[in-house]
Design a protein around this ligand. Structure first.
Ligand SMILES: NC(=O)c1ccc[n+]([C@@H]2O[C@H](COP(=O)([O-])OP(=O)(O)OC[C@H]3O[C@@H](n4cnc5c(N)ncnc54)[C@H](OP(=O)(O)O)[C@@H]3O)[C@@H](O)[C@H]2O)c1
Length: 388
C-alpha cells in the first residue's frame, strides 16, 4: 500500500516537493492526499502551473472544488518542450569527470544522476485535497489516513508544535527544516537516514545547507581529518526576507533583500554538531543572503590533520561522487555560476575549480539548489519510509 503523504505549507518547498514528485515519475509508493495552506485554492493552482524559478509545470493542473487535479505530461519535465531536462546537462558534466574516475572506483558505472523510480501510472491524473486550516490539530489527518505530514510552513519547528499533527491523527511528521528543539531523529538523507527507528515519529530533514554541509565535512574528515573549520553559506533570498525595509526579528533580514548582501545566522552549524558531534564541535559559520532567486553555495575553510593538496581533495570528491555518495553528490570541473545549478537534484555539487590549499589550511566550494535539491531529499525520505 502506498505511503499517504500530506504537505502542510504550500510555499517554495511545498510546491517544489509536489513538482519533483511528478517530474521524478510519480512513484506509486507515495500518494499525496492533501495540501494545507492558507492561500486561496485558485492561487495555489496558479502557482503550481507557473514558477519563476523552475518554469511551467509540465502537464495540466485543474481545480475541481477543493480538489487539485494534476495530470503530468508524458515528458515529465518542467518547461516541457522548451528545454531539455536539466539533468542531461549535469549528466554530461559529470560524465567527463566520472568516466575518468569510474575505473579507480572499483568498476562503478560513471552515472552520477540519482536513480529514480519510473512508474507506469505516471500519466494518470491525481486528485489532491486542498485544505485551509491554520491549526494543525484540527486537520483531518485521521480521516484521510495520513502516514506522514511534510511540515513546510516554517511555523511548527518546535517539537510541541509538530506534535499537533500527531494529535490530528498523522502517524509521523517530517519537519522540513532544522528543528528548534529535540526531535526523535535529525536525518540527512544519504548520510544517516538509516538510523531511523520504527518508534521515531517527529523527524527533521534539517536544512538545505545542512544536507550539503554534512556530507562535505564527513568526506573531508574521513580522508584528511578536519581539525577545525569555518563555513560561509552564500544563500539566495527566501520568503523569510522582505522586498523593502521592514521590521523583522532579525534586523538584518528585515532589510531590502534585492539591494543588500545580508549577514545572518545559519541553522546548519547546530544541525552539523548534532549529526557529526566530534568533528562538528570545532566548526563555526554563518550565512550571507545575496540578491539571487535560487541556488546557494558553501565556502568551507578547514585545517587538515593530514598533509593535503588540492589534487588530493578533488580526487576524493570525484571518487565519492562515483561511489557511495553518488545519489546526493555531484562533481563539477567547469567554470560555472550559480544559475547553472538551478534545478539540480543533488544535495551538493563539489566545484573542483575553486579548491585551494595554504599549508594545512584548505578551502573548498560546493553548490546546491536550496529548493529543488532539498525537495528531492524530502521525497527520498518519504520513499525510504514507504519501503520500510
Ligand atoms: N526556501 C528554501 O530554500 C528552503 C530550503 C530548505 C528548507 N526550507 C524550510 O522550509 C520551510 C518553508 O520555507 P519556504 O521557503 O517554503 O517558505 P514559504 O515559501 O513562505 O512557504 C510557507 C508556506 O506555508 C504557508 N503557511 C504559513 N502558516 C501556515 C499555517 N499555519 N498553515 C498552513 N500553511 C501555512 C505560507 O502561507 P503565507 O505565505 O500565506 O503565510 C506559505 O505558503 C521553512 O521552515 C524553511 O526554513 C526552506
Amino acid at each position: 500500500m502506498a505511503l499517504r503523504v500530506a504537505i502542510n505549507g504550500y510555499g517554495r518547498i511545498g510546491r517544489n516537493l509536489l513538482r519533483a514528485y511528478f517530474e521524478n515519475g510519480a512513484d506509486p509508493a507515495l500518494e499525496f492526499v492533501a495540501i494545507n495552506d492558507l492561500g486561496k485554492p485558485e492561487a495555489l493552482a496558479h502557482l503550481t502551473r507557473y514558477d519563476s524559478t523552475h518554469g511551467r509545470f509540465a502537464g495540466s493542473v485543474a481545480l475541481d472544488g477543493n480538489l487539485l487535479r494534476i495530470t503530468p505530461a508524458a515528458c515529465g519535465w518542467s518547461s516541457c518542450g522548451n528545454v531539455s531536462p536539466p539533468e542531461s546537462s549535469l549528466r554530461e558534466l559529470a560524465d567527463s569527470v566520472l568516466g575518468a574516475v569510474a575505473e579507480a572506483a572499483s568498476g562503478l558505472a560513471p552515472d552520477a544522476v540519482p536513480e529514480r523510480p519510473r512508474s507506469e501510472s505516471r500519466d494518470a491524473t491525481r486528485a489532491i485535497r486542498l485544505l485551509s486550516e491554520p491549526a494543525p490539530e484540527k486537520l483531518p489527518w485521521a480521516e484521510l489516513g495520513v502516514d506522514v505530514v511534510l511540515e513546510c510552513t516554517g511555523q511548527f519547528r518546535a517539537r510541541r508544535d509538530a506534535e499537533r499533527h500527531l494529535a490530528a491523527g498523522a502517524k509521523r511528521v517530517i519537519i522540513g527544516a532544522a528543528p528548534f528543539d529535540e526531535v526523535d531523529a535529525m536525518l540527512v538523507y544519504g548520510v544517516n537516514h538509516e538510523s531511523l527507528r520504527a518508534s521515531d515519529r517527529i523527524l527533521s530533514s534539517v536544512s538545505c545547507t545542512t544536507n550539503a554541509l554534512v556530507p562535505l565535512v564527513k568526506i573531508l574528515d574521513a580522508a584528511f581529518g578536519v581539525e577545525s573549520g569555518f563555513m560561509t553559506e552564500i544563500h539566495a533570498v527566501t520568503s523569510d526576507q522582505v522586498v523593502l525595509d521592514h521590521t523583522h526579528r532579525d534586523v538584518r533580514r528585515g532589510r531590502a533583500a534585492g539591494n543588500n548582501i545580508i549577514p545572518t545566522t545559519s541553522s546548519s552549524i547546530g544541525a552539523l554538531r548534532h549529526v557529526l558531534p566530534a568533528v562538528g564541535a570545532n566548526i563555526e559559520g554563518y550565512s550571507l543572503r545575496v540578491p539571487t532567486q535560487n541556488v546557494a553555495a558553501i565556502d568551507f575553510t578547514f585545517v587538515a590533520r593530514a598533509p593535503v593538496s588540492a589534487a588530493a581533495i578533488n580526487a576524493e570528491f570525484a571518487r565519492e561522487a562515483a561511489g557511495a555518495y553518488r545519489h546526493i553528490l555531484s562533481y563539477c570541473d567547469e567554470m560555472l555560476v550559480s544559475s547553472d545549478f538551478n534545478h539540480s537534484p543533488y544535495s551538493l555539487i563539489f566545484d573542483a575549480t575553486e579548491t585551494r590549499v595554504a599549508g594545512r589550511q584548505a578551502k573548498v566550494l560546493a553548490w546546491y539548489d536550496n529548493e529543488w535539491g532539498y525537495a528531492n531529499r524530502l521525497l527520498d525520505l518519504c520513499r525510504y519510509l514507504a519501503a520500510r
